[in-house]
Design a protein around this ligand. Structure first.
Ligand code: NDP
Length: 329
């Protein structure tokens, strides 16, 4: 049994450490499917785990990395056979179960999704948890009854991973997308993804009024805090906002006014424990509604050794769009 490289996070006597170790399959955790990992990605949460800036990792030692694509090498599950190409997003990988930043992973079959036929393993990781969550937000809005004829949709943190995919998919579905960003230099990038209008995020970070001028019928918010509160106060009557992120903070300094005076709905989105039936629907919708040329335009590639620096960069808001990590470990 050959060895493979893995990032290993440990915490001993309160000291958080990240290093690369050589492991064998015998070191992996229990699961009914073993996968040779070919690609992964860096989400905001991966940045938190790699730097130790928030308690994402809940079991030590841990192999970080919440998303992977790869090829099954052994399976005790009737659902997967050696050679099958699979995708994993979330489900506790990299948090409580050894995750993606290693040459091999052993996982539970119920977490795995067959790689959609139209996507390459690298494209599946260009989507990753961020793109998956963007689509989950859009499905939540649709289930609420939101539709492009109701008015524009705002996307906050638009130049980030969730935001970029949300902009591209909403635009393809016919929404007039208003992209909010703190990086005005990325206006052309966001318009290239399909944004009709780009606004500076400072428009959404000022003092929150209970109700403000109605600007959009729907929203995908990745920022939280004052930004989400302002988005809610500017949402049209009977509109809805899907909240998935906290890049600007975990608090929510709002009032009940948008809910009781404008019938606005706040829809919570958690991708980690997303039920399997919805997980499969999200991947089907991504394969159908995400323009792959736009996905490629928002994606950059890094190597296994670039992970720590990229994890720090995403927390500083310096990563544009999505990152794919080639795992040659
Ligand atoms: P990224 O870092 O790629 O994007 C976040 C974006 O938020 C940044 O690019 C920036 O956009 C904006 N931003 C960052 N800091 C601030 C700030 N202080 N104030 C306002 N805007 C800010 O991360 P992801 O897209 O991967 O994730 C976005 C958020 O969604 C994170 O909080 C993440 O934890 C959460 N998330 C939640 C999931 C769930 O299951 N609920 C799943 C996936 C992600 P810009 O430069 O355009 O202003």
């Amino acid at each position: 049994m050959g060895g493979f490289r893995a990032y290993v996070i440990d915490k001993q006597d309160g000291a958080y450490s990240v290093g690369v170790k050589t492991l064998t399959e015998a070191d992996l955790m229990d699961g009914d499917v073993t996968v040779r990992v070919t690609y992964s990605t860096v989400n905001y949460k991966d940045g938190l785990a790699l730097t130790g800036k928030a308690p994402v990792v809940r079991k030590f030692p841990m192999i970080p990395g919440i998303d992977l694509s790869g090829e099954v090498t052994a399976s005790q599950s009737a659902d997967f056979r050696p050679g099958d190409r699979v995708v994993l997003t979330g489900c506790g990988a990299g948090e409580v179960h050894y995750g993606a930043y290693a040459g091999m992973a052993r996982l539970k079959s119920e977490w795995l999704v067959p790689l959609p036929a139209t996507l390459s393993p690298a494209q599946a990781m260009a989507i990753g948890t961020a793109g998956f969550t963007a689509m989950q937000c859009i499905i939540a809005l649709e289930r609420h009854g939101a539709k492009p004829e109701d008015g524009p949709a705002v996307v906050t943190g638009a130049a980030g991973g969730v935001g970029s995919v949300a902009v591209a998919v909403l635009a393809r579905l016919g929404w007039q997308v208003i992209a909010s960003t703190g990086r005005p230099a990325e206006a052309d990038y966001l318009k290239g993804l399909g944004a009709a209008e780009v606004i500076d995020r400072s428009e959404l970070s000022g003092p929150v009024k209970p109700l403000a001028r109605e600007r959009w019928a729907a929203g995908v918010d990745t920022v939280g805090s004052t930004t989400l509160a302002n988005v809610l106060s500017m949402t049209k009557h009977s509109g809805a906002v899907a909240a998935c992120g906290l890049a600007g903070g975990m608090d929510l300094p709002t009032s009940v006014a948008p809910f009781i005076l404008r019938n606005v709905a706040l829809l919570g989105v958690d991708s980690v424990s997303c039920p399997r039936s919805l997980r499969l629907e999200i991947w089907r919708r991504l394969a159908r509604d995400l323009d792959l040329a736009k996905l490629d335009a928002m994606t950059s590639m890094i190597g296994f050794d670039d992970l720590p620096a990229t994890g720090a960069a995403i927390l500083e808001g310096k990563v544009k769009g999505r990152i794919v990590v080639e795992i040659d470990a």
